[in-house]
Ligand binder design. Structure first.
Ligand SMILES: Cc1ncc(COP(=O)(O)O)c(C=O)c1O
Length: 410
């Protein structure tokens, strides 16, 4: 088991007071706080190694290139990918999904095709497909979600057909925390010859992920939701698929050669190797290095321990929330089905009122529809309040949340 009190010592921001109360940070699904190991890794890079990567022959550039490549390797190992050729660094989950939509979808989807998503997706796994469908004319279909927030696998099986070219779904819902059996979905999708893109924004930070075992084709996640800096994330792709794809962005670093024939006045381009063919321009070097430090930090704790800790906190919160007469929990109440994300409402109050009141007690939660409006519409909710936990949260903090909720009720 992990020790949140020991872990808290590594997070300078947790020493802050907000509105004269010790900060309680329960908005981890939006972004997590950063340990000093990540902050130091970024500082160390800028103080000692800063140079552009893959360009110059000088020592600093060699050092920064090596660090940046090591970051790819360590991220690959973290999700059990086959090395850095399968891991493209991007700005985050949103950019990773857009990369698949425009690098793969633009060339491989035609008007008779279908893209299958689910009703529980974050907007970043809906909007790129809806936008692309306006250009290519294919249909976007939506698999249903059950009333408790779990995926309706039957609806997914009914919606899939030989016209389905890709199934896009989240591993963990950012609204309910429900974990979807993506291995099961991948098996179904592959039987129909469809690819599978998994949005791992809420799973990689919270549970062990093995992309080989899941047998998925693409996997997208964000560094800032797993202790890393903002502006960095990764797209995993099976090597054979990535090799067959054309790049999304063009520019420096993603090419081997750009030759110009002065006789014919034609330009010829040869593409760089993976993963660089998808990383045009100067990348977020220090972001990658910060993400490597985050991965090391999580490895030291152990992802099984992260998952267990969140399950304990979630189970405890659900139990204690039942003491509050006007608090309604949304989604399943079995903590073992979930990561540490808990949506709820307080009778008679908007989610923003609840969040503002809790803020006055130094408690940070999210309110609104969390970029997942279709799921809120399905639940007939205008919005929800959402508490989401991480490795540094404690039972005492949950006790304070419950006290504050009782105060709201009063
Ligand atoms: C499930 C899910 N997908 C995608 C995203 C988008 O991530 P980012 O804003 O880092 O690109 C989020 C962010 O909240 C998310 O929770």
């Amino acid at each position: 088991m992990l020790d949140p009190y020991k872990i808290r010592q590594d997070f300078p921001i947790l020493k802050r007071k907000i509105n004269n109360h010790p900060l309680i940070y329960f908005d981890n699904a939006a972004t997590t706080q950063k340990p000093k190991q990540v902050i130091e890794a970024i500082k160390e890079f800028y103080e000692n190694h800063n140079a552009n990567v893959h360009r110059a022959i000088h020592t600093l550039s060699q050092e920064s290139s090596e660090l940046y490549e090591n970051a790819h390797e360590e991220v690959a190992k973290f999700i059990n990918a086959d090395g850095m050729k399968e891991v493209i660094f991007v700005r985050g989950t949103t950019e990773a999904i857009n990369l698949v939509a425009y690098a793969w979808g633009l060339r491989n989807l035609e008007s008779e095709d279908e893209v299958l998503v689910t009703l529980m997706e974050h907007h970043s796994n809906i909007v790129p497909w809806e936008m692309l469908s306006k250009i290519k004319g294919f249909k976007v279909k939506y698999a249903e979600v059950n009333d408790d927030g779990t995926l309706n696998y039957e609806s997914l099986e009914n919606a899939i057909s030989h016209n389905t070219k890709i199934v896009c779904l989240s591993h963990v819902s950012n609204v309910t925390g429900v974990i979807t059996d993506v291995k099961r979905v991948a098996k179904i999708a592959h039987e129909y010859g469809a690819l599978v893109l998994v949005d791992g924004a809420q799973s990689v930070p919270h549970l062990p992920v093995d992309v080989k075992d899941l047998d998925i084709d693409f996997f997208a996640f964000s560094g800032h939701k797993m202790l890393g800096p903002t502006g960095i994330g990764a797209l995993y792709g099976k090597r054979g698929i990535l090799e067959g794809m054309e790049p999304f962005h063009g520019g420096g670093s993603m090419i081997k050669e750009v030759t110009f024939n002065t006789m014919t006045r034609e330009c010829a381009i040869s593409l760089n190797d993976l993963p660089w063919k998808f990383e045009a321009g100067t990348p977020n070097i220090c972001g990658g290095i910060g993400l490597m430090a985050a991965v090391r930090y999580l490895n030291d704790i152990g992802m099984e321990n992260v998952k267990e800790h969140e399950e304990i906190l979630t189970e405890y919160t659900i139990r204690r929330m039942h003491e509050c007469e006007k608090v309604k929990i949304y989604g399943p109440e079995d903590a073992s089905l979930k990561c540490g994300i808990l949506p709820f409402g307080v009778e008679g109050l908007s989610s923003h009122d609840v969040a503002l009141f809790l803020d006055s007690y130094g408690i940070m939660i999210r309110s609104g529809f969390h970029c997942a409006q279709p799921l809120h519409e399905k639940f007939r909710l205008k919005s929800s309040a959402r508490a989401s936990f991480y490795i540094y949260n404690t039972r005492e903090e949950i006790d304070r949340l419950i006290e504050a909720l009782k105060e709201i009720e009063r």
